[in-house]
Each structure stands twice: as structure tokens, then as C-alpha cells.
Design a protein around this ligand. Structure first.
Ligand code: NAD
Ligand code: ZN
Length: 355
């Protein structure tokens, strides 16, 4: 698999990751290497990575606790202090090995420490491979508000080695797949069609699909670096999906939903609304609903919860001037941005999901 360059950052794949990694380290005159992991990637990913790394430089391991709850400025302060205590200097290299929490936080820590040191991202979850790996977004949450603090900055390299997925729990695989399904729906019908039998896909099948997903995201991001138009299409399913995710997160009676699991519901709702408002074929919406529910199951959302979820839409960052803007589909691969949707249609969409 050839490497992919997006916004001047090169992404290498699988066995072809390690030669460019070692060459880059050899040629860049780094003083020391700091590897950021959480307890899971420390256990499952770091040993394999260290086997592949060829260098005489000192390597320090910095571990933080896993989970979105730790994607905070406090955790950054801890890592900045550790870097400082371990004499990191401007020629240090940070290597972030983990899911989106590690690459977002580690990227932010690196590009702010001493006004910016080099870093390399090694995404180890499916979601971080196909989504967080492209676009240069780094940052942390502020209280319960996601990704409020951060900067756009690109790593020196991104290394996507799908071997890491062997230890990733099944629900995390499904969560990442949701973003790949989204890439197909918003951008590429031929790619979408490869997921017709999503439940039969093996990790081997995923290899090529991950590569294609990264290409789709690169294409979107490069054609709209400042999130004016095209990049908004990546929010398909995310307006209601985020509201559902937050609702479930803040409600102790609810099971936790992973990001992708919430986005799947958001995409079913957005397909229904697309049929109502944008001419998206009714049969296609029905097919997508049954494909998604067969694979992801149906999540119980009670009638009396609709209003509370709709209320949460007002926190959505795509909510411009008090309007809630949806991404809808006219057909597969043909999104329409900035669509206004009234609450009645959203409630109808919930009923469609539930029946
Ligand atoms: P995550 O980083 O929390 O990882 C999920 C879990 O999997 C964690 O418990 C982690 O320790 C574990 N894990 C990681 N790799 C593993 C492996 N190979 N084997 C076993 N366990 C492993 O979650 P995520 O879904 O990867 O990322 C979510 C974060 O990504 C969110 O904070 C989101 O805001 C961010 N994100 C960023 C971008 C971007 O453009 N920068 C895009 C999408 C999402
Ligand atoms: Zn998402």
C-alpha cells in the first residue's frame, strides 16, 4: 500500500511504516524519544512497536490513564511536567501510540511544549486510523464540552499498522466502522457498496477499506482545510448522534454508547430526514436502517426522551446563529450541507428508528 500525503503529512501503512520511521529518526537529529501510551496500548501495542524501532536514542515511556475522561488540560499538565522533569528539549520527539484520546492529547502536548516539538502519531484504534489520523486536529476537552481547547498541527508522520487491531475489543471495531460507513454515504457509492455485508467483514478485509477511508477523508480535508463547506459533510449523522451520545453519557440509567454507536443512530435519523427534505430515496433509507440495526442492534430511546435529546442540539458546534444545521443526503455520495430541520421531523425520525 502506497503512502498517502494529506496536508503535507505522510501516512504510512502496515509493514511499510517502519522503514520511513527509522529513517526519519536517523536523519532528524532528535535528542531523545518520549513515547506516550495509555495502560492498554502500553500492554498491547508498545512491545511490538519497540521491536520495530531502530535507534540508539534514549526512549522514555510516559503512560496516562485511558479514556475520554482523561482528555483534559490537567492530564496535559502532568505530561508537560514529566517531559520537563525528564529534560525534554526542543529537539525531542514525541511518539503517540493509542486511540484518538492519545493522539489528540499527545499531539496537543507536543505542539505546545517549548512552542512545539516534533511528534509522530501511531493510531491503534479503528476510529483513530480512519478519522483522527487525517486533518491535524489536536486538543482536549473542557469540562463536559468536547475538543474545546486545541490547535491544528500536523505530526511529522502517521503510521497506520492494522496489526494493532488484533487486540482491539469488538465494540471498538464497530465504533470505528461507523465512520467508514459514513465516508461511503457522503462521498463514494462504490465504497459504500463494499459494506453491504458488513457483518461478514474480517480484519483482513478491513485493511484495504481502511486505506480507502483515509483517502476519502484526505480528499475532503484537503479540498476544504478551513471547514467552510466540504468538510462539514463529515458531520453527517453527527448532529443528532452527538446529542444522543451526550444524553446517554449524562444519564446514569442508560447504557454507555460508544461514539460510533451513537453516530449509527444519528445516520439512520439523518437518512429519514433526507428522504423527507432532500429527495433521498425512501427504499435506500429503509435498507440502511435494516443494515445498521442488524449489525449494531437497536438502542432503546423512549418517547419521553426525544425532547431532552433535541434540547441538547443547541450545544452543537454546527449550530450557527441559533439555527441547527444538518447534513442531509440527496443520494449516496451527494450530501447537502446547512439544512434547517424543524423539531417535528426530528420526532418523526425517532419514530421511524423505533418502528
Ligand atoms: P480511545 O483513544 O479512548 O481508545 C478506545 C479504547 O481502546 C481505550 O480504552 C484504549 O486504551 C483502547 N485501545 C486503543 N488501542 C488499542 C489496541 N490496539 N488494543 C486494545 N485496546 C486498545 O478512543 P478512540 O475511539 O480511538 O478515539 C476517540 C477520541 O478521538 C475522541 O476524544 C475524539 O474526540 C477523538 N477524535 C479526534 C479526531 C481528530 O480529527 N483529531 C477525529 C475523530 C475522533
Ligand atoms: Zn465521529
Amino acid at each position: 500500500m502506497d503512502s498517502i500525503t494529506a496536508n503535507e503529512c505522510t501516512i504510512h501503512f502496515n509493514d511499510l511504516c517502519y522503514e520511513p520511521l527509522n529513517k526519519h529518526i536517523k536523519e532528524s537529529g532528535f535528542s531523545k524519544i518520549f513515547v506516550l501510551v495509555d495502560e492498554n496500548t502500553h500492554q498491547y501495542c508498545l512491545p511490538y512497536f519497540l521491536e520495530k524501532l531502530e535507534t540508539n536514542l534514549v526512549i522514555e515511556i510516559i503512560e496516562i490513564e485511558s479514556g475520554e475522561i482523561n482528555k483534559t488540560i490537567d492530564t496535559c499538565v502532568g505530561v508537560w511536567n514529566t517531559l520537563s522533569d525528564l529534560d525534554a528539549d526542543r529537539k525531542s520527539l514525541v511518539i503517540n501510540i493509542g486511540g484518538g484520546v492519545i493522539t489528540d492529547l499527545g499531539g496537543f502536548v507536543a505542539c505546545t511544549f517549548k512552542r512545539g516539538v516534533s511528534y509522530i502519531n501511531v493510531p491503534t484504534t479503528l476510529l483513530s486510523m480512519v478519522d483522527a489520523s487525517v486533518g491535524g486536529k489536536t486538543g482536549v476537552d473542557l469540562g463536559h464540552l468536547k475538543n474545546q481547547i486545541g490547535v491544528i498541527s500536523n505530526p511529522d508522520l502517521v503510521l497506520i499498522d492494522t496489526k494493532f487491531l488484533n487486540t482491539l475489543p469488538e465494540n471498538q471495531i464497530r465504533s470505528g466502522l461507523a465512520e467508514m460507513l459514513k465516508h461511503g454515504l457522503i462521498r463514494d457509492e462504490a465504497y459504500w457498496n463494499k459494506f453491504k455485508e458488513v457483518s461478514k467483514l474480517t480484519l483482513d478485509d478491513l485493511d484495504v477499506l481502511i486505506y480507502e477511508s483515509v483517502l476519502i477523508k484526505k480528499n475532503v480535508v484537503e479540498n476544504d482545510p478551513f471547514e467552510d463547506n466540504l468538510r462539514k459533510t463529515l458531520n453527517f449523522g453527527h448532529t443528532l448522534g452527538h446529542a444522543i451520545e451526550s444524553y446517554f453519557l449524562s444519564n446514569p440509567n442508560k447504557t454507555t454508547l460508544l461514539h460510533g454507536e451513537a453516530i449509527i443512530i444519528g445516520m439512520i435519523l439523518a437518512c429519514y430526514i433526507s428522504t423527507e427534505l432532500a429527495g433521498f430515496p425512501k427504499q435506500t433509507t429503509a435498507d440502511i436502517k435494516s443494515l445498521f440495526i442488524n449489525y449494531y442492534g437497536k438502542v432503546k430511546i423512549n418517547e419521553d426522551e426525544h425532547a431532552a435529546i433535541i434540547e441538547l442540539l443547541k450545544y452543537d458546534k454546527k449550530n450557527n446563529h441559533g439555527n441547527i444545521n444538518f447534513v442531509l443526503l440527496e443520494s449516496i455520495g451527494k450530501p447537502r450541507i446547512d439544512c434547517l430541520v424543524d423539531n417535528k421531523i426530528i420526532v418523526d425520525a425517532f419514530h421511524f428508528y423505533d418502528n
